[in-house]
Design a protein around this ligand. Structure first.
Ligand code: NAD
Length: 353
């Protein structure tokens, strides 16, 4: 198991360090090799580019990437293609990471962190699978033009090919099989031709997964249902733009940005695993960031790239045990609770393992 470690900027190095300690835990008994590579602002400072050739080749030579976060406000004046965040887009494109997995779980101990009523979110455990390399974000033509009547107009193109829909549908049905055999496909087939094709193709792929119950929702309804009755969902699959919005909405159901992992996979199971939060420059270097989202991303890596569900389960159980023990970093500590530091949270997970 060759893991390319890209710690990145801000709190990235602190949180990734804890995830690597967990992966190395003797209790897990894994044989892993780690290669470190610079990415984002750190790479720009050393090599003049947020995704240097050396980083890309280190990624290509590995089986998975453990990614911290990128982003550095002092580099925001650089041309867009040199900004730290471009590294993620470059990795997605170069490695064809078309399926984005975003679980949203509410731990019983953190149910009060949600802005929704506890009875609506208690026990929530959903997985949103967002197509990541197509749709209106990449479709051509696009631009801003001046019409014949002199009025400026902006335009983008929503576009999905049948194979693009098929491959993400297969990923979603397989994920549903590993969970509770329920998949909801979210589209806008009532208005958009692209989404009509989306629905037809998902239905046709479903014939190969008779054990999975497939349902469909229009995106506007799905946005409402996520707030009204989120526990009706198990796995959701949707396109790039709808998934962008719905996965952020779903993450807020849990109320704790420092707890949520993600994975972006290609068809060979290669994946980039990262917390959903950014580089949090406001708290970088202070040993107060919550490392649990990154530790849970490492668990996803074991589950999805290395097919080691047992080890993934153990890490997730250790995180739950730590929460049950009342160990909290500042972002999830309620009033009156003494918070531990980043490293101490890592220690607690190791002890629980
Ligand atoms: P952010 O997610 O970095 O931070 C938002 C808020 O949440 C901050 O108050 C931060 O302190 C807090 N927070 C985030 N992660 C935390 C953790 N693990 N523990 C405790 N608190 C945590 O979002 P932002 O401030 O909008 O962006 C900061 C930088 O990160 C920007 O440069 C942005 O472009 C970048 N960014 C990167 C990624 C990524 O690498 N995938 C994602 C989002 C934003």
């Amino acid at each position: 198991m060759n893991i390319c470690v890209m710690a990145g900027d801000g709190i990235g190095p602190e949180i990734v360090e804890q995830a690597v300690r967990v992966l190395r835990a003797p209790a897990l008994g894994l044989t892993l090799s780690f290669t470190e590579a610079l990415v984002g602002g750190a790479a720009y400072r050393a090599h003049g580019h947020p995704l240097p050739e050396s980083t890309l080749s280190a990624a290509q030579a590995s089986d998975a990437i453990l990614f911290g976060a990128v982003g550095d406000f002092s580099l925001d004046t650089l041309p867009r293609e040199l900004r730290p965040e471009q590294a993620i887009l470059g990795l997605r494109k170069a490695l064809n990471l078309f399926a984005n997995f975003r679980p949203a779980m509410v731990y019983p101990e953190l149910v009060d962190a949600s802005s929704l009523k506890p009875e609506i979110v208690a026990g929530l455990d959903i997985l949103i699978i967002r197509e990541l390399t197509g749709d209106i974000y990449f479709g051509q033509p696009r631009g801003i033009r001046v019409r014949d009547d002199g009025v400026r107009e902006g335009f983008d193109t929503m576009r999905y090919s049948e194979p693009e829909i098929e491959r993400v549908a297969h990923v979603a049905f397989k994920a549903a099989k590993r969970r509770n055999n329920r998949l909801c496909s979210v589209d806008k087939a009532n208005v958009l031709d692209t989404m009509q094709l989306w629905r037809e193709v998902v239905i046709s792929v479903s014939k190969q997964y008779p054990e999975v119950a497939l349902s469909h929702q229009y995106v506007d309804n799905a946005a409402m249902q996520l707030l009204k009755n989120p526990k009706q969902f198990d796995v959701i699959v949707t396109g790039n733009m709808f998934g962008d919005i719905l996965s952020d909405e779903a993450s807020m159901l849990t109320g704790s940005i420092g707890m949520l992992p993600s994975a972006s996979l290609n068809e060979h199971g290669f994946g980039l695993y990262e917390p959903i939060h950014g580089s949090a420059p406001d708290i970088a270097g202070k040993n107060i960031a919550n490392p649990l989202a990154t530790i849970l991303s490492a668990a996803m890596m074991l589950r999805y790239t290395f097919a080691n569900a047992a080890a993934a389960d153990r890490i997730e159980a250790a995180v739950q045990m730590v929460l049950r023990q009342g160990v909290r970093t500042g972002d999830i500590a309620g009033p009156g609770v003494t918070a531990v530091g980043t490293r101490q949270m890592g220690d607690a997970v190791l002890a629980a393992l």
